[in-house]
Write a protein that binds this ligand. Structure first.
Ligand SMILES: [Zn+2]
Ligand SMILES: [Zn+2]
Length: 816
């Protein structure tokens, strides 16, 4: 090398932050260093990855650029920063690039979510000559289990459920070789040294694969599924129950045994062509299906009259316009589905609303009355992770359930939150998640479910501890929902007392809107928006139930500007399970029974009501017992759905009536019918406080008129969606204009009702047409699965502003 070349060499220190450990980052950088002729070293530490690189300045900057552009698939780079190192003389320059041992205090960095099997590993399991041919636990640094197998940090094999498997010499060699795809792949394993799968019948007897003349347990399970059996399958984040999706009898049996009557079943198919037989798949949806997050993607069913489409039994997704499909995401799934020429039902392995089973003994005990066979394995699932559910609409992704593949990846907070104190937000009650806010990152936990279920509550406590340990949690404040009876609020209070940590109570719908702001990277100081939070129920500042709210909100505060009409919930929570109760209460509130009877005596709906104990309800209403008022959009959906004959008697899962009404919308009517036929609302003012609200009386008159004329329910569902969207728009217009000019131009839409794509699309289109900027959710659910993030950012914003106020007042004082 010429003297000139040595002299122009310089050293850079490169710092990489984000999800950069346990994802094959160091070998990737190692390879790039070889390519660019860079020398130096790389290691993991508490802040992420650190690199010392030596080369000439032009090559160094190309090298850093290449790192950003060639990051391995599972890495998420939040920041790359370079700074010059002290000058080294020619002789002191390192002669090669080396990977150093991790600094053991590596705690302050991200744990990567579980990832679907990569293409190279799929090729391994289907290569007859390879040593991983048909090995169901094949993985590498680009794929495989992560959060689901972690017991503690740092993320090393010894701290995962792979600890009990000692690597064979060949696996160890891969693990130690920086040029190998399996370099430091913690769950690395093979037939010889790793976990094994086996098949049992429900009596616990091993089913020998010879008895069904196939090569192994997975192939035998495929034969059983194909023959109509229900097989419990231990997966990545929990057990599933599988059956042949084209076999109506098997699907029916599964529903009956699982006590799951209406809620749709998820499906898995071998490949995209198989999914296309049943659903339309856009390019964007295809990308979501093939993403390493491998979520269940909700896809529009083909019209069953289409010539080249096939149909699946109605019982898979009753009264739905969508199927939830996923592609195989573990080697075990790939091997199983490869044997099958049809899709399978792959629904969570649980009874009714309990959490998914995760261990073999528990599964055999609890699923013994459901499954005929069990496909088990001995790699323990440490942390339960449900399948995530997503949907593509209005040009962006909507996350319905955020779990496997997403958690615990952090959500990077908007500008202004750098000074946030550490916060633990406890979440809500239904669809619970919690959130640990640390630095500018929010770790939103995986979906756990309804805390009222004891096992779910146990899972909640387990995960709180896990996240606290893994992210070195030292919260300075705890944020809880205002509802005094939520189990999450109670636990938050207990933790606050035990650990002497200050607590913040956050209003439910303010949390929804704040989560939407954070989801849209809305800066802390960007000012207030008009938040429209439409959901089921949340505790209001006035101690009543809210659920259809128009809020002037920023991160730290809100004002309730308008609402939906508060209507009694007959029998309290019973009104959630029996939608007709809401119809009756709404009609009483809108027009009174006498006047209703006078005009609509002949309606079938009237006869239906007359079969109910109306006198008892009337006395409950007059004595105001068991009839809490709720300004809930969810209950309005229930009331309308029941009136037009959807889920009138009862619902078997939360939001069912609204979901089925959305599925019923007639897209032709939606596109072509005159706006004049949309059901109208008027804006009135509440007697008690003068607050503007949406009065549905004219809507009810229109619905009852349509019932008289025997208008098709699909047309009615459509007119309701259009009318409600218009009403929301008109209310926004009223609230955002003062003295003839628009003083609010940004609208944030949140709350579970906005998972309704038709309503969301209509509201958004109306607003955008009128020039509003509209914020909708994308990485975080609009439903209660997102409120923990909202709670966390609200508590953080309050603290940041308080500190600023203190600072300002100190300066004022000091200046005197
Ligand atoms: Zn792989
Ligand atoms: Zn091995």
């Amino acid at each position: 090398m010429s003297r000139f070349a040595i002299e122009t060499k310089t050293g850079w220190s490169v710092r990489v932050r984000g999800t950069v450990q346990g994802v094959g980052f160091r070998p990737t950088v190692y390879k790039l260093a070889q390519e660019f002729g860079i020398t130096g070293s790389i290691w993991n530490d508490g802040a992420g990855v650190a690199i010392e690189a030596y080369g000439n300045p032009v090559t160094l900057s190309q090298f850093v650029k290449a790192i950003a552009e060639n990051a391995p698939p599972l890495a998420v780079i939040e920041e790359i920063a370079s700074s010059p190192l002290a000058k080294l003389e020619g002789n002191d320059l390192p002669s090669q690039f080396v990977i150093c041992k991790s600094n053991s205090s590596a705690v302050n960095t991200n744990i990567s979510p579980d990832a679907a099997t990569c293409q190279a590993c799929i090729e391994d399991i289907f290569s007859p000559s390879g040593r991983r041919f048909r090995y169901p636990f094949t993985n590498c640094t680009n794929c495989g289990p992560r959060l689901s197998i972690i017991e503690a940090i740092p993320y090393d094999r010894a701290n995962t459920s792979m600890a009990k498997f000692a690597m064979c010499a060949q696996c160890q060699k891969e693990y130690d070789d920086p040029s190998d795809r399996r370099f430091h792949a913690q769950p690395n394993a093979c037939h010889l040294c790793g976990p094994k799968a086996w098949l049992e019948d429900k009596a616990g007897h091993a089913v020998k694969s010879e008895s069904v003349t196939v090569v192994d347990a997975v192939a035998a399970a495929a034969v059983l599924v194909q023959s109509g059996k229900i097989v419990a399958i231990k997966g990545l984040g929990g057990f599933h129950l599988a059956c042949d999706a084209t076999n109506a009898e098997a699907v029916k049996q599964l529903r009956q045994r699982k006590l799951r009557f209406d809620k749709p079943f998820a499906l898995m198919a071998r490949d995209i062509n198989m999914i296309r037989k049943y659903c339309s798949v856009s390019a964007a949806e295809l990308a979501l299906l093939q993403n390493h997050k491998a979520a269940i993607v909700l896809l529009t069913k083909h019209n069953s009259t289409g010539s080249d489409s096939e149909i699946l039994p109605k019982a898979i997704a009753p009264n739905q316009s969508h199927f939830g499909f996923m592609l195989p995401y573990t080697p075990l799934h790939h091997l199983l589905l490869d044997e099958l020429d049809r899709p399978i039902v792959l629904t969570s392995g649980n009874v009714s609303d309990e959490p998914q089973c995760i261990n073999n003994e528990e599964a055999k005990e609890r699923l013994g009355t459901i499954a005929d066979f069990f496909l088990l394995h001995n790699r323990d699932i440490i942390n339960r992770l449900d399948d995530s559910v997503i949907r593509f609409g209005h040009n962006s992704v909507t996350v319905v359930r955020r779990a496997r593949g997403y958690a615990p990846a952090p959500i990077v907070l908007p500008e202004g939150f750098a000074a946030a104190p550490e916060i633990l937000a406890m979440g809500g009650e239904l669809k619970n998640t919690f959130c640990l806010l640390k630095g500018r990152r929010a770790m939103l936990s995986q979906h756990m479910g309804d805390l009222e279920d004891y096992k779910t509550y146990q899972d909640y406590q387990h995960n709180l501890k896990l996240y606290n340990d893994c992210f070195d949690g030292k919260p300075e404040r705890i944020a809880i929902d205002l509802h005094p009876e939520y189990l999450s609020s109670k636990l938050g209070r207990k933790l606050s007392e035990q650990k002497n940590i200050a607590i913040d109570q956050i209003q439910h719908h303010h949390a929804h809107i704040a989560s939407c702001l954070a989801d849209n990277d809305w800066p802390l100081e960007a000012g207030p928006v008009l938040g429209v939070a439409l959901d089921g129920l949340g505790f209001g500042l006035d101690q009543t139930f809210w659920g259809g709210e128009f809020l002037l909100a920023d991160y730290s505060s809100f004002e309730r500007l308008a609402t939906f009409k508060p209507v009694a919930m007959l029998g309290g929570t019973q009104a959630i399970r029996e939608p007709w109760r809401n119809t009756y209460a709404h009609l009483l509130a809108a027009m009174g029974w006498q006047s209703y009877k006078q005009d609509y005596d002949k309606l079938e709906l009237t006869h239906y009501f007359e079969g109910k104990p109306l006198a008892a309800f009337n006395s409950m209403l007059s004595s105001k017992t068991g009839t809490p008022p709720a300004s809930s959009c969810g209950r309005l959906f229930d009331a309308v759905a029941a009136a037009i004959g959807i889920c009138r008697d009862y619902t078997s899962y939360e939001g069912q009536a609204a979901i089925e009404m959305e599925a019923m919308v007639d897209l032709d009517v939606l596109a072509s019918e005159s706006e004049d036929l949309a059901y109208p609302f008027v804006i009135a003012a509440l007697d008690e406080n003068g607050l503007p609200y949406l009065e549905p009386l004219p809507m009810w008159q229109a619905i009852l008129g349509d019932l008289k004329h025997k208008t098709p329910p699909a047309t009615m569902a459509t007119r309701f969606h259009k009318g409600l969207a218009k009403a929301v728009f008109l209310m926004v217009e009223k609230l955002s204009v003062r003295n003839d000019s628009r003083w609010l131009s940004t609208v944030a839409l949140s709350g579970g009702v906005f998972q309704n794509q038709i309503l969301l699309t209509l509201v958004k289109a109306n607003l955008e047409q009128a020039g509003y900027k509209v914020l909708v959710h994308n990485q975080v659910p609009a439903n209660d699965g997102g409120i923990a993030l909202g709670q966390a950012v609200i508590a953080a914003a309050k603290q940041i502003q308080e500190k600023e106020r203190d600072h300002v007042s100190w300066h004022t004082w000091a200046g005197r």
